[in-house]
Write a protein that binds this ligand. Sequence first.
Ligand code: T4K
Length: 405
Amino acid sequence: MKQRITELAIFGGRPAFPEPLHVGRPNLGDRDRLLGRLATIIDSRWLSNEGRFVQEFERLLAARIGARHCVAVCNATVGLEIAIRAGGLTGEVIVPSFTFIATAHALQWQGITPVFCDIDPRTHLIDPDRIEALITERTTGIIGVHLWGRPCDIERLEAVAARHGLKLLFDAAHGFGCSHRGRPLGTFGAAEVMSFHATKILNSAEGGAILTDDDALAAKARLMRNFGFVTYDDVRYVGINGKMSEISAAFGLTNLESVDDFIVVNKARYEQYRRNLDGLPGLTFLEIEERPGDHRNFQYVVVEIDEHETGLSRDDLLRVLTAEKVLARRYFWPGCHRMEPYRTLFPQAGALLPETERIAERVMVLPTGTALAKEDVDVLSDLISFAISHHAEIVDGLKATAPDA
Ligand code: T4K
């Protein structure tokens, strides 16, 4: 526990952690079971293209989530691109700007204009009340993002989509293991797309899945994932190589066996952070509401820093933590609309996105997961408390050490 600000690493003290604490350290299941699967892959010399592990992963995911179809893909970005194309979206599609850039890119990549909608600041999710003002005759769909694994306001999105004849898709990249009113994410809208990237609650190193109850959409997505091939010699649609490899599926299957344990650890870490940090001035947790029958995966510990109350900006706090080897993140700063090509295409977009801009300046995501020791949560919490309670000295110290000071 640091006593004086000169002990902070940013002012020359020893870092609190010898090795970096990352956000997004992968959760890994049983090593021997993974190695066994990898041995099977090597022995069978079947590495990709509808292999047995991919098929088994799809079957288990569909059963657990309760979706009629699960189409495993190489990552969620390609999964989104395929779902968007198989779902027939064109023209303009309404999406939040406060999301990972892949949500917008999946549209722009295929010549569809992402139209950015503001968020509800209490949930960080697309605000259904702001959608109708953005609809034009070119609008064909809405993509809700279940950011941080928190379900969108699904019923109200469904109502807007139905009223205007729009297709509703969900970017459920963060959504595995979460449910809404007792129904797992992955079962809503025309289709939902999950990510199994290394940083996600369930990982297959790289990977994702399109989940849908729509037989035609699933059939199309399945073909599009494999270049559009129907048989060896017949291509029906423009397609892409979106296949998941057997090696990814081996990771996915192994991690799926332990994913409920990962969630238990995540929840414990989240509650520990809350016990340690609740009540600190200017630091608030994004509430994780778990109503009866609902589940959350607790994969993201999201706090907001209100500089006026803490006396320390989010970015200065991040600088302090980074020096201590805590690699917290300011996801999803500065919002898609402030990144290229959207910044140039829509230079005025920020005027319609006040909440996105405000929240993007405040959000900080803390490390969690099975790679994070319980003791580290306490040390990290002490560091944050120390930095906030010594904010004035830190701000002065940072000014004094700034290159142009
Ligand atoms: N939609 C949404 C809402 C998303 O958040 C994402 C992805 C997508 C769509 C697209 O899904 P995918 O196409 O990726 O399946 C990471 C992930 O690469 C990305 O998957 C994720 N969202 C995004 C939120 O986070 P970065 O830029 O943070 O990656 P990077 O390299 O900084 O890694 C994050 C942290 O994880 C680091 O602290 C290091 C640690 N890490 C990472 C990897 C890969 C490890 O410890 N081990 C590892 O193997 O994007």
